[in-house]
Design a protein around this ligand. Sequence first.
Ligand code: G3H
Ligand code: 13P
Ligand code: ZN
Length: 326
Amino acid sequence: MGYTYKELGLVTTKEMFEKANKNGYAVPAFNFNNMEMMQAIVGACAEMGSPVILQCSPGALKYIGKEVVPLLGKAAVDIARAKGSDIPIALHLDHGEDLEIVKTCIDAGFSSVMIDGSHYDFGTNIKVTKEVVEYAHSREVVVEGELGILAGIEDNVKAEKHTYTDPKEVEEFVRETNVDSLAIAIGTSHGAHKFKPGDDPKLRLDILEEVEKKVPGFPIVLHGSSAVPAKYIETIKEYGGQIKDAIGIPNSELLKASKSAVAKINVDTDGRLAFTASVRKVFGTNPKEFDPRKFLGAARDEMKSYYKTKIVDIFGSEGAYKKADK
Ligand code: G3H
Ligand code: 13P
Ligand code: ZN
């Protein structure tokens, strides 16, 4: 038993991406693992007037449950509308591994899915992606494919090194698969340990430019784009956490990307760091606290306020739609 995304008030990313590319900004795609994270994301985006893609990884789907995730998507729409905001909201499967999980999500009420065939050879990636596109399009759901491999860790995949996207493969991949957007690898990576302090993190914006020339106007996606704010690393350590010093992708690099054909930028780690830092701080400053509303509420507030700054600093999507009343 599931829903169609339309019944839930959700939309696909099609119009969001067209508007983003026409106006030189990118749509935030924020991952969530629980109700408070969803509330932080939709609260931030509604108050800033930014479109939003709520992303759920296979691990998050397993954790929250496929019966609950679509209803959190519907709740996000209801929250935005109750605040007087008309922002469009998509519910997206992040890093879908195969047709089976794609079908589960589409049949549950997702409006967008990613099929991550980047670890296959080019021919197999095309074949697997094409099958997903056929299923999704028959239900008016959009699909993100991927070419190139990002370094870093996800639940199911760990890659030591980047394999940058080869711009020569892009046109054929898009034509043969009929995907609606394409994730590329230009030097971003998943997780909290992207670069070491002292590194000068640079994206291969030259590859992005080449890709744009091959498929003009086509929506491009960047994964692994968290900034890894030093303030959260410090707070986590201050209150007993163990985390390596690390730096993420600088705002300046991402801002350049969001002004280009990049229509969607994925951020997960930053939300997790904001959330964890806040929870640790509550326990560190008040060891007697045991009311979940106190530590989860503080985490939700911090994540929301940090994402509001991010919408301005890297996405440029502020005010694309009506800003909500606070
Ligand atoms: O790109 C991957 C996301 O950060 C999801 O991470 O698999 O731990 O939920 P996860
Ligand atoms: P970060 O780990 O940089 O937040 O990337 C998240 C991501 O790409 C989700 O698909
Ligand atoms: Zn990713």
